[in-house]
Design a protein around this ligand. Structure first.
Ligand SMILES: C[S@@+](CC[C@H](N)C(=O)[O-])C[C@H]1O[C@@H](n2cnc3c(N)ncnc32)[C@H](O)[C@@H]1O
Length: 253
């Protein structure tokens, strides 16, 4: 389902949160680090740059994304794993890091619980989760979906599962002695509303492209595009601002 080329087209925008999250932890020492849902390695890169002597393992379900990661970071161990299943065999870690990944899991509470079980004492769990449900772009998609209810039957299983910041706090604080959470709005500057659609095609729209045939996709995307144009009008300089809301979680065991 993942298309590394399409995903990385907005690499500059997508890599900012993992760089910021790693920067928040820079004063800490980690020997063994796991990047869960590492994708094409964009979130692994700031880990390599920040903790150059650590052993770093990246895991992801997509062979295509992992291939890109291996090409970029040959010194890192990348493994193909589905995180809906337990990953205890990977051993224990000082940092479990995850950027823009947890929302793809149906069982997030269990995943966080298992991640803490895999942390050494004093270890850190650090994650960034897009609060996409709170963004107008999400409504632009769900509104367009109504017209396609029959073709999209069962799509909920493939979509992001997004909880509120308060719910993530409950999941985190159940296992963390100390927590730190914050939300950042990244104001991405786009040349046109088409860029927002293209950005979303790399992630949130993936379940739709899988289910709709070419003809249906064309109509669906046109509708989403029209909704995006209404929600994200051009600014005085002709650019389009695309604020992206992201939640950051840090918990120390
Ligand atoms: C939005 S990308 C984030 C990639 C990377 N962390 C980054 O910051 O660029 C989400 C990644 O989660 C992976 N993923 C989704 N479901 C997964 C699962 N059940 N197990 C492992 N990886 C999964 C996808 O293959 C994809 O590479």
């Amino acid at each position: 389902m993942w298309n590394a080329g399409l995903y990385e087209r907005y690499g500059k925008e997508r890599s900012k949160p993992s760089v910021d999250l790693a920067a928040r932890l820079r004063d800490k020492e980690f020997q063994r680090i796991l990047d869960v849902g590492c994708g094409s390695g964009m979130s692994t890169l700031p880990l390599v740059l920040s903790w150059e002597n650590a052993e770093i393992i990246g895991i992801d379900r997509s062979a295509e994304m992992l291939k890109k990661a291996e090409e970029m970071l040959p010194a890192v161990t990348f493994l193909q794993r589905d995180c809906r299943e337990p990953i205890f065999d990977l051993g224990t870690f000082d940092l479990i890091f995850s950027n823009a990944f947890i929302q793809w899991l149906p069982n997030q509470e269990e995943f966080i619980k298992n991640a803490f079980a895999m942390l050494n004492e004093g270890g850190v769990f650090a994650a960034q989760i897009p609060l996409f449900g709170e963004m107008p772009a999400n409504a632009c998609i769900t509104e367009a979906e109504k017209q396609f209810a029959r073709c999209l039957e069962g799509i909920e299983e493939e979509k992001f599962v997004l909880h509120s910041a308060r719910e993530y706090y409950d999941m985190l604080s159940a296992f963390a002695g100390e927590t730190e959470m914050w939300i950042t709005d990244y104001f991405h500057e786009m040349d046109s509303p088409e860029n927002i659609l293209e950005f979303l095609r790399g992630t949130a729209l993936l379940p739709y492209t899988r289910r709709l045939n070419e003809e249906e996709q064309a109509v669906f995307m046109q509708k989403v595009q029209k909704n995006l144009e209404a929600e994200y009008p051009r600014r005085a300089n002709g650019k389009v601002l695309f604020p992206f809301k992201r939640l950051f979680l840090i918990g120390r065991k």
